[in-house]
Every structure is written in structure tokens, then in C-alpha cells.
Design a protein around this ligand. Structure first.
Ligand code: NAG
Ligand code: NAG
Length: 356
């Protein structure tokens, strides 16, 4: 057992999958698929913010879901060819703000955003209320005397990224796992079909009432299974959809390393802005939701001792192998479908498909 784990760890850590390869009996497949789901974005850490996130993408009162509704109706009900344009956003970006430290955090769903927010939540509870991150609130903003765009350009804007193939597979698991009904008409949704159309989960949830209809998020429940799989670029780019509207990107694959760097930056800003504000401490970060998978891999990882990489990050990468399994079974068609659907994300993150 230990030998297999060591092999997996090496594979994840060094990107060299020779050991895993030997373990799995020799086909060229495993190397590629394991690398496919663990490759991190090449754009990370401090990036150049060239514009603001348009306010109608995150302000509740300004977000208009008509565009997505029309797009979905035309594609699904009327059977029109709508492929000439990327689908509009199904839901507003999840934006959290701290006006004391002038920080904005944009939640990229299925990319460790809960883990990052939880760290602030713990600090807010145990350290100081000044550290609380709160969902964007236009009134709170107005009371600080700033407009949307002023806030966006002067605050430090943070988000996270995750390997596109892993994020998609994670969205497939996550949405289905939450369905109260997983059998009958709601059962047996092959990964293959999901890759061909990642909006499948949202369509199924609404068409056959598989999803968490009224029990969660009230009137917005219909969108839940759409926005958990939708492209992430909408919420980290400017109006053109190409320039960055963030200052810092945390990689899911290097969460601890990148977060430590981020805290250095935030504390330096704090010092310059108002030294009376409490320092943001680097408390022990816990992976949220990933839960059992990361926990299991972490326990195993500790057996092999120091690896030169954060243990938790190594664990997250090892656990990602359960996503590699899906693509391995499904093959290149799935890999390419996901690359097509998320083309804009790949471009923005400068994430390339590994060589086969
Ligand atoms: C929402 O967008 C549609 C067009 O997509 C437009 O006709 C409608 O007036 C908009 N609604 C609001 C409240 O702005
Ligand atoms: C961890 O090790 C146990 C037993 O050694 C094994 O059953 C399990 O699959 C391993 N988990 C991971 C995520 O590697």
C-alpha cells in the first residue's frame, strides 16, 4: 500500500509518473490523465489588474438573468444553434468584501473558496470582528462613500483558480451528490454526457426536479447546478472578458503556499494603511468540503514524511486522482469537450493540456 501511495505522491509532486505508470501496468494513459487533472494555472500570485469587474456581474440588484434564460430556451426548447456565442452567466459572482482592510474576495466555485473564506471566518470569530468578510452589500459600500468601480480599483481583489478538468469533474460530483433524488429519472448520468454538455446537471435538475428545488437559495435554486459548473472567467475578468479584474490568484493546487504569500501582501498593505488594524494571522488552514478525500490522502501522506511541499496541498493533489479516473475511463473525447466548453478559462489561466 505504502508503495502505491509513494508512487502517487511522486507522481503528483514531480509531475513524473513513472512509478504510477509501472504500478498501473504500462499503458501510456495514466501518466497523461493524472497530469491533466493536477496541472495548475500558469497565471497566479500577484497579477496585473487591468480593469474592474462590471457591477452587474456581482450586484444582486443589477444582475439580469434574462440573458441566460433566453439562451437556455433558445438552445434547449427551441433547438436553435446558439454556439456562435458563449453562454451568458447563469448567476451573479459571489463577491465578499472587507471594507476595513479593503479586500475583495471572489468566490470561484469548486476552487477552494470555502476553505479561504473559512480562514477569514475563523479569524473574524476568534481574533477581531474587523477581519470579517461579508457578502457584497451595496448599502454598506455606499456608507463608505465609494462607488462600485472605485471600490473595485482601489481594493485588493483576490480569487482562486483550479485546474479546469478537475474543477469540472468536481462540479459533476458535487451537483449530483447534493440531489435529494439520485435514482430513477435522476440516476445514471454518465460522465461522458456531462462532458458533452456541462449544463446537463442544471437541465436535469430543473426538468426532472432532481435538484434541491425550493429547499435551498429560495428563488435562485434553479440556478444552483448551472453556476457550480460554469466557466470561471466571468468573475475574474473585465467587461471585455479578457483583461484581469483581480490582483491576486490563489492556486487550488498550491493553496497553502499561495495563501501564505497573500497574507504577507495583505499585512504589508494593512501596515501602510492603518497599523492599528490587527495583523491577519496565518492560522492553520483546513480544507473544507473536500473533507474525507483529502483527509484520507493526508493521513497517508504523513507516513512518507517531509516532501518539500505543503502536506495539505500534496494531499489535495493525490485525492485529485479520483478525477483522473473519470477521464481515463471516458477518454480523449471527454478531455476535449471540457477543453472546448472552458476554452476561455484555459486561456485566461494560461493552462494548457499536457503533452500526451
Ligand atoms: C434584462 O435584459 C433583457 C435583455 O436581455 C432586457 O430586455 C431587460 O429589460 C433587462 N431587465 C432589466 C431589469 O434590466
Ligand atoms: C490511504 O491508505 C489507506 C490504507 O492504507 C487506503 O485504503 C486508502 O485508499 C488511501 N487513501 C488515499 C486517498 O490514498
Amino acid at each position: 500500500m505504502t508503495a502505491t501511495l509513494w508512487a502517487l505522491l511522486c507522481a503528483a509532486l514531480l509531475g513524473s509518473l513513472h512509478l504510477a505508470h509501472a504500478q498501473q501496468g504500462g499503458s501510456a494513459g495514466p501518466d497523461f490523465f493524472s497530469r491533466l487533472v493536477t496541472a495548475p494555472a500558469k497565471v497566479y500570485g500577484e497579477v496585473k489588474k487591468v480593469g474592474v469587474l462590471p457591477k452587474e456581474r456581482y450586484d444582486d440588484k443589477l444582475f439580469n438573468h434574462t440573458g441566460f434564460r433566453e439562451w437556455l430556451l433558445r438552445q434547449t426548447v427551441l433547438g436553435e444553434d446558439v454556439s456562435s456565442q458563449p453562454p451568458p452567466m447563469s448567476y451573479k459572482c459571489g463577491v465578499f468584501v472587507n471594507h476595513n482592510y479593503k479586500i475583495i474576495f471572489i468566490r470561484n466555485r469548486k476552487a477552494a473558496s470555502t476553505t479561504v473564506l473559512d480562514t477569514f471566518k475563523v479569524a473574524c470569530k476568534s481574533q477581531s470582528k474587523l477581519l470579517c468578510m461579508r457578502p457584497f452589500d451595496a448599502e454598506e459600500m455606499a456608507s463608505r462613500g465609494v462607488t462600485h468601480d472605485e471600490m473595485w480599483s482601489s481594493y485588493y481583489v483576490i480569487s482562486s483558480t483550479r485546474n479546469t478538468w478537475a474543477r469540472a469533474a468536481s462540479g459533476y460530483d458535487y451537483t449530483q451528490d447534493r440531489w435529494p433524488i439520485k435514482t430513477g429519472v435522476c440516476g445514471n448520468l454518465p460522465f461522458r454526457q456531462f462532458c458533452a454538455d456541462p449544463y446537463l446537471m442544471g437541465k436535469m435538475a430543473n426538468l426532472f426536479r432532481c435538484g434541491t428545488q425550493s429547499s435551498f437559495r429560495g428563488d435562485d435554486a434553479w440556478a444552483y447546478d448551472f453556476y457550480h459548473v460554469e466557466p470561471a472567467y466571468h468573475c475574474m475578468t473585465d467587461a471585455a472578458g479578457t483583461g484581469m479584474s483581480v490582483d491576486f490568484l490563489i492556486r487550488y493546487e498550491h493553496l497553502h503556499e499561495d495563501f501564505a504569500k497573500l497574507l504577507e501582501i495583505l499585512n504589508a498593505r494593512r501596515q501602510a494603511m492603518d497599523p492599528k488594524l490587527p495583523e491577519i494571522r496565518n492560522s492553520k488552514m483546513r480544507w473544507m468540503k473536500q473533507g474525507v478525500h483529502v483527509q484520507a490522502a493526508k493521513n497517508n501522506a504523513s507516513e512518507v514524511g517531509e516532501s518539500g511541499m505543503w502536506k495539505e496541498d500534496a494531499a489535495a493533489l493525490v485525492s485529485a486522482d479520483r478525477h483522473a479516473v473519470k477521464y481515463r475511463e471516458c477518454g480523449m473525447e471527454c478531455v476535449n469537450d471540457i477543453a472546448r466548453f472552458f476554452a476561455k478559462d484555459l486561456e485566461v489561466m494560461k493552462l494548457e493540456m499536457p503533452k500526451q
